[in-house]
Design a protein. Structure first.
Length: 630
């Protein structure tokens, strides 16, 4: 029998060049690279033995049968070995591949090696007799198992392909199939030795496409980055959860402190004590706002914050922001100026609470970081030109224009190189200079996140030492085109006495029930309603509340949400759903330290009459109580 060995010789030449190249200029110190090099060398060895056996088979009558058997068996072993290394090389690209796939792969190769070994004693694959080479009954076993290995590996590659570049997957598939195709051709052609050539060809493609040092390094770096990102995500989620639960835990005792303090402020006549208590109030509120920021941030980061859009009146938000910050500015001796475009629309559709928060954050920073001069709040609306020209009034408001709010201060300013840090959490600039200014470094981060949730933008212009302007542009649909006129004039009007008097009322003979598992909260609650002449009963648990409501009819029930055993929501439903309970239609107000925006709506949907967040604001409590009693 005569064999054509020219392709084997070509393969040996090409593979030798590849091996030298891989060892020198293309060297990378990775597992994949080492495996690939072993593969190339093993194919060189097997091609050499293939050539030798081509001759020993051809000149069988001059070669002892046992030697021929040994050489051919050796060839079979080197083939199994090179397939095994090729599979390992591929697996090195898929570190996520399951252990089972590795085991299946290995088992198939062991079976193949087992057949080769068995053949030595039985001749089931091939044998030599009197110098003649003859195929045995399972001659194709080795080829079929090789094919099974390739198919199985193809399955592994496709299963683990997500996240890998498409080109890489295609090259690996080519690496798997080229030798297979050449093997099939050899089986058909019979006497042309093509397998090593197919292997050399595929090794060449693999080398240029994937085994270059840059590609391997890139892959390694990408994997490391991915792992680092995953770790960072896990750590960040743990941080958010921790912050959320901590801030919730902290709000509860602050509630007690601030509530008690309100009573000291109200009941004490001693100016010294009032001053101390006033300081507790300021510090307590500062602490509370930091806790709220942390809670907000962790909710935003975990994606729990959803915008709650509704129709709103911008002047009402601006008025609130104006009144709160005017006092703060006045305390620091700063001029506080407000300007608005008198022709801008009055009503919009959007998340009122979050817009108020954004404006307040910017204003409170402006005042915080300004020692002298002024803080200017400006509001305007930029129409979307395309909608304006759309004509009819009905269509006009479909596309949102842009609400533009800016805050300009004459404060310390920001260095240009610090602009990037502004919106990062917990980052505070000029730490030394700002040491005496309270802050957590969260306000702008939250502001930025909220603005981007609304598809808006925030822009900073600042000159270090001179002052800054923060401008937010938020797309908002218009719901009311009425012109507000000059709002500044309206805001400056003195608060009328009727509004002040609205807080104070007396309702003798009316009965309310407060349900809270903390005695101190009940004490605070009683204190806040002191002077209203209401009869106030209290219960320390949901179960006790149910018992009391079965006996006495109340005008309002105030129910804490989080209580051990039975929480406020369950107690509320038990009372309202019980036909025999005289309080099954009594308005129930939920009290909660769960001050996340959006909670109010979910409580109202639950059936509660109102929602009051803790620490309870006395004004809010009085107005809610008065409204529900009337
Ligand atoms: P903080 O609670 O520290 O005020 P912010 O996130 O609101 O946190 O702001 C981050 C940092 O940006 C501040 O610590 C401050 O250094 C700087 N900064 C914010 N607003 C101004 C401003 N109007 N003028 C100067 N610096 C500012």
């Amino acid at each position: 029998m005569y064999y054509n060995i020219s392709f084997d010789i070509a393969a040996i030449l090409v593979l030798t060049v590849i091996a030298v190249g891989m060892k020198t200029v293309l060297y990378t110190d990775t597992r994949g690279h080492k495996l690939m090099l072993i593969y190339v060398i093993s194919v060189i060895v097997s091609a050499n033995i293939d050539i030798i056996t081509a001759y020993t088979i051809c000149y069988g009558h001059m070669v002892p049968d046992p030697l021929n058997l040994i050489l051919n068996t050796l060839y079979q072993y080197t083939t199994v070995f090179s397939v095994a290394v090729a599979m390992r090389t591929i697996l090195s690209y898929f570190p996520g591949a399951s252990k089972t796939s590795v085991i299946i792969n290995r088992t198939l190769l062991y079976i193949q090696a087992g057949f080769v070994t068995l053949n030595i004693f039985t001749g089931i694959m091939f044998r030599f007799r009197d110098g003649y080479y003859a195929h045995g009954p399972v001659y194709f076993a080795a080829y079929i198992i090789s094919l099974a290995v390739v198919l199985h590996m193809l399955f592994v590659v496709l299963k683990n392909r997500s996240g890998m570049p498409g080109l890489m997957i295609r090259i690996i598939i080519l690496f798997l199939f080229l030798p297979t195709v050449f093997t099939v051709i050899q089986m058909i052609a019979g006497n042309i030795l093509l397998i090593a050539f197919g292997e050399a060809f595929s090794a060449l493609i693999m080398l240029f496409a994937l085994e270059t040092p840059d590609y391997r390094k890139l892959m390694k770096t990408m994997k490391e980055l991915e792992a680092a990102r995953e770790e960072a995500n896990i750590a960040n989620n743990a941080k958010s959860d921790f912050l959320a639960s901590m801030s919730h835990e902290i709000r509860t005792p602050i509630n007690g402190i601030l509530g008690m303090n309100t009573m000291i402020l109200r009941d004490s006549d001693d100016p010294q004590i009032i001053e101390y208590a006033e300081n507790i109030r300021i510090a307590g509120n500062g602490l509370l706002s930091i806790i709220n920021d942390i809670l907000d941030l962790s909710k935003i980061e975990s994606g729990a914050v959803k915008l709650q859009p509704s129709d709103y009146e911008l002047s009402s938000i601006l008025n609130d922001c104006y009144q709160i910050n005017r006092t703060r500015a006045a305390e620091k001796g700063l001029e506080f100026i407000f300007e608005n475009d008198p022709d801008m629309p009055s009503g919009y559709y959007g998340d009122e609470v979050r817009i108020r928060q954004i404006i307040n954050n910017l204003l409170s920073n402006g005042i915080k970081y300004t020692e002298e001069g002024s803080v200017l709040l400006k509001a305007g609306y930029i129409e979307d030109d395309t909608t304006k020209s759309a004509g009819t009034s009905g269509d006009e408001d479909d596309k949102p224009g842009i609400l533009k709010i800016s805050v300009t201060d004459t404060g310390i300013g920001i260095k240009e190189e610090d602009f990037d840090l502004l919106f990062k959490s917990f980052s505070r600039l000029d730490e030394i200079k700002n040491r005496h200014i309270e802050g957590s470094g969260l306000g702008l981060m939250i502001t930025n996140q909220l603005v981007s949730m609304m598809n808006g933008t925030i822009d900073v212009k600042s000159e270090y030492g001179k002052g800054s302007t923060f401008t937010v542009m938020i797309p908002q649909k218009v719901t009311d085109r009425a012109k507000p006129g000059d709002l500044a004039a309206r805001f400056k009007e003195p608060v009328n006495s009727a509004a002040k008097a609205a807080d104070i009322f007396s309702a003798p003979g009316k009965k309310v029930l407060i349900v809270d598992d903390m005695k101190m909260n009940i004490l605070v609650f009683r204190g806040l309603l002191k002077g209203t002449e209401l009869t106030i009963d209290s219960a320390l648990s949901g179960v006790e509340a149910i018992r009391m409501t079965e006996k006495t009819r109340y005008d309002i029930i105030f129910m804490d949400h989080l209580m051990p055993e039975m929480d406020g929501v369950e107690a509320f439903h038990r009372i309202h759903d019980d036909k025999d309970n005289p309080n099954n239609d009594t308005p129930v107000v939920v009290l909660t330290a769960n001050a996340i925006v959006g909670m109010r709506d979910s409580y109202l949907e639950e059936g509660f009459a109102e929602y009051i967040s803790k620490p309870i604001d006395q004004k809010k409590l009085l107005s809610v109580t008065k409204q529900l009693l009337s």
